[in-house]
Design a protein around this ligand. Structure first.
Ligand code: DGL
Length: 299
């Protein structure tokens, strides 16, 4: 009984001794944040605030972007394929699927395939929107894929049964957000056209007062939304809640965030196309604290 023989005999633990379950590990956790593109940066930023001492790899599947129009089968196959490569090459301790379009479909197969890795998903924040709405008129603004999902419908049935819910699937907002991050000029008019169907006024004068940003790309356009909204609404971004959930799960294995390991924590962005980001995007990534390496990881 190896465990018993070590008791009371001083520093005789061997490398075969396992850490006690309630003892935090002393190496840094490595967190993979994954999205079809740059939208997951909105989630990454929140997780980084809570876990500043963790290692991070941010992966944008730009070779597969956009996920919004993909069929269910193609989307699940693509996400499993890329995540498998990332698990093989990066060996993360946790994966944050910072994409509603992927999470609403691919979380069950991901969890089934890698049961030892905690997966944190991003799903439409319908519950908080329903809790906050006074007019009981809310909107879910997402990709066409997310608005079509059974998962989204069942969230509405569970948490917003007494609300009038408008589902708006935008075909171009995620691409506009990508363009914006890459330094291209996008116009208020382009954004206004996409969000116009979110704003509904009932016969009794009641109006939409909460809009769920159910695509992680959309908070990148917050300033455009504020300027283009025909009346003030609450824009619901679930990123802080996702970060809190990631923190809770990490705490079970690694304890609270604290300096650990050697050297500086890693903050790397990789693109599945293997293309080197243009200077404007590189500068944007640097503002998030991320660096890129030439020729890093084509998938
Ligand atoms: N950022 C993704 C989401 O949260 C999707 C964008 C896309 O690839 O269409 O839904």
């Amino acid at each position: 009984m190896a465990g018993q023989s070590a008791v009371g005999k001083g520093p005789s633990r061997t490398t075969a001794d396992r850490p006690l379950p309630d003892r935090p590990m002393t190496r840094r956790p490595k967190i993979l944040v994954f999205d079809s593109g740059l939208g997951g940066l909105t989630v990454f930023a929140e997780v980084l605030k809570i876990r500043p001492h963790a290692d991070f790899v941010y992966c944008a599947d730009d070779a597969g972007f956009p996920y919004g129009p993909l069929s269910n089968e193609d989307l699940v196959a693509r996400v499993l394929f890329v995540v498998q490569r990332l698990i093989e090459t990066e060996a993360p301790d946790m994966a944050v699927i910072a994409c509603n379009t992927a999470s609403t479909l691919a979380l069950p197969p991901l969890r089934a395939r890698w049961p030892h890795i905690p997966f944190v998903g991003t799903v439409p924040a319908i519950k908080p929107a329903a809790q906050r709405s006074r007019s009981r008129m809310i909107c879910v603004l997402a990709t066409p894929g997310t608005v079509a999902r059974d998962y989204t419908r069942s969230l509405i049935a569970s948490f917003a049964e007494d609300c009038a819910v408008t589902l708006v699937g935008s075909g171009s907002l995620a691409s506009l957000a990508e363009d914006f991050m890459r330094g291209a000029a996008i116009s208020d008019a382009d954004v206004a056209r996409e969000i116009a169907p979110c704003f509904v006024e009932g016969a009794d004068g009641a109006r939409t007062d909460a809009i769920v940003l159910a695509c992680t790309h959309y908070p990148l356009l917050n300033d455009f939304f504020e300027r283009s909204a025909p009346w003030p609404v609450e824009w619901i971004d679930p990123a802080p809640a996702i970060a809190r959930q990631a923190d809770r799960l990490l705490a079970e294995k690694f304890g609270a965030d604290a300096p650990s390991g050697t050297g500086q924590p890693e903050r790397r962005a990789i693109f599945t196309s293997g293309r080197q980001p243009e200077p404007a995007l590189e500068a944007a990534l640097a503002r998030y604290g991320l660096t890129t390496a030439k020729g890093d990881a084509a998938v």
